[in-house]
Design a protein around this ligand. Structure first.
Ligand code: SF4
Ligand code: FES
Length: 235
């Protein structure tokens, strides 16, 4: 354990834990957009910025990616931290003015956000889908494209590999903006424009999982496919 001070309050923190993990323990409200507690931190949105004193100097840092150190002092609500978060929100809002998740954060951080007619569903490059696919599902069907040296950030996109995707839909569940669409029509599921055949539960008959996903689980666990064709409600 290490000892840190958050807004003047001394607390014990686990070694290698992040500032955000500790502020969340204390129920301190810090905005986030690219963070998910079950995924590795990424540091893309900068909305979680706080002020940190290390080696005698106050500096701004993303709380989701910055590990605590013994003796560290943290200010979660200083003028500088708030201003920095507002700038991060402004930049996001400037790029994705119609996307509701961005508009909501912008509003929360004090920007004037006029009413809109049509809601957009932009990809804000938060990387949550890429991390969920790699870290939770373990198939890495999504990746950032065009992130090489000299590339403009505007060119960055999420690249979909249809050969790896098993249609589980984790990316759609985790996407904060609705960019990843998942549609169900009869025994088909469509995601990233790939069509998956769904399996009906052998007890209740409800379509509950893509065949490719069950085959993947069967390969990973050595459980025969036939034993996986019962939905969670009927098990
Ligand atoms: S598709 Fe959604 S989850 Fe993936 S990077 Fe874009 S906004 Fe984030
Ligand atoms: S939540 Fe920390 S940088 Fe996005």
């Amino acid at each position: 354990m290490v000892t840190i001070a958050i807004d003047g309050r001394k607390v014990k923190a686990k070694e290698h834990s992040t500032i955000l993990e500790n502020t969340q323990e204390l129920n301190i409200d810090i905005p986030t957009l690219c963070f998910h507690k079950n995924l590795s931190p990424f540091g893309a949105c900068r909305l979680c910025t706080v002020e940190v004193k290390t080696n005698g100097r106050w500096q701004l840092a993303a709380s989701c990616t910055t590990p605590v150190e013994d003796g560290m002092e943290i200010r979660t609500n200083s003028d500088k931290a708030r201003e920095s978060r507002k700038i991060a929100a402004e930049l996001l809002y400037y790029r994705y003015p119609t996307t509701e998740a961005v508009r909501e954060i912008a509003r929360k951080l004090g920007l004037e956000v006029p009413e809109q007619k049509d809601e957009g569903h932009d990809c804000i490059l938060c990387g949550l889908c890429v991390r969920a696919c790699r870290e939770i599902v373990g198939v890495s069907a999504l990746a950032f494209q065009d992130r090489g040296l000299g590339r403009d950030i505007d060119e960055a996109k999420i690249e979909f590999n249809p050969n790896s995707c098993i249609g589980c839909g984790s990316c759609a569940y985790v996407c904060p903006t609705g960019y990843v669409r998942m549609e169900s029509i009869g025994d088909k599921r469509i995601i990233w424009n790939k069509v998956f055949t769904m399996v009906a539960c052998s007890v209740c008959g409800r379509y509950f999982a893509p065949e490719d996903q069950l085959k993947y689980i069967s390969r990973q666990t050595n459980v025969p496919f036939e034993r996986l064709t019962v939905c969670t409600d009927c098990r």
